[in-house]
Design a binder for this molecule. Structure first.
Ligand code: DX5
Ligand code: ZN
Length: 223
């Protein structure tokens, strides 16, 4: 099944409630929440307070993408705010496995993300453990950047590995995704598509989502 996760970063922040229901009505599965600390990435977005406030207005699955230097320090506040899954960056911490285990101890699904320069081998040990692996298709930090198709090789390796292990792994891609390149993502093995600009900056997000679902149907994993 394909999950579509609009990234709130591209929303009109003067009307978050309206923007979220626009995505919900258009058929989104997750709400992707990009948390940036101005340290791990050169941009600042929003924190747990905003997440808690929007939580009161939707039942969508909150897919929290932590682009912060000390994810463990803030994990509890995002869990309390209503996160449904917490994903942190491999590059942000000294011991990703220890951080992963510590977050899982909180009994919340946990994902691990890799930036374009990080090799897929870094996250292979997480294939049987993580609830999701996020392969960035742009450098983390900003919305509206161009999709990097070369990152999809990592998705292919992960999907093959998961299939070999008999695991139904959620593989998420994030950055520059639109109706045109969705097919490349799904045929590489991704099943969670994050999309900011292509969904929020259109008046017809439902049409874009339908095109993405169609692409997934016509272009399943090709091995
Ligand atoms: C980038 C963020 C992405 C971004 C996606 O650092 O993690 O989630 O907001 O936005 P678009 O689809 O506009 O690239
Ligand atoms: Zn993101």
């Amino acid at each position: 099944m394909l999950y579509i996760a609009p990234s709130l970063l591209a929303a009109d922040f003067s009307d978050l409630k309206g923007e979220i229901s626009r995505m919900e009505d258009a058929g989104a599965n997750y709400l992707h929440l990009d948390v940036m600390d101005g340290h791990f990435v050169p941009n600042i977005s929003y924190g747990a307070g905003v997440v808690a406030d929007i939580r009161r207005h939707t039942n969508m699955i909150f897919d929290v993408h932590l682009m912060i230097s000390d994810p463990l320090r803030y994990a509890d506040s995002f869990i309390k705010a209503g996160a449904d899954i917490i994903t942190f960056h491999y590059e942000a911490v000294n011991n990703p496995m220890a951080v992963f285990k510590a977050i899982k101890e909180r009994e919340i699904p946990c994902g691990i993300a890799i930036s374009p320069k990080t090799s897929v081998e870094a996250v292979l040990p997480f294939v049987g453990l993580a609830d999701m692996i996020l392969v960035m298709t742009v450098e983390p930090g900003f919305g509206g950047q161009s999709f990097m198709p070369e990152c999809l090789d990592k998705v292919r390796v992960l999907r093959r590995e998961a299939l070999k292990m008999g695991i139904n792994l959620n593989i998420e891609v994030d950055g520059g995704i639109n109706a045109e390149n969705a097919a490349y993502c799904t045929e590489a093995g991704a099943n969670v598509l994050v999309a900011g600009s292509s969904l929020f900056k259109t008046k017809k997000p439902r049409t874009v989502m339908s095109a993405m679902r169609e692409a997934a149907k016509e272009h399943p994993f090709i091995g």
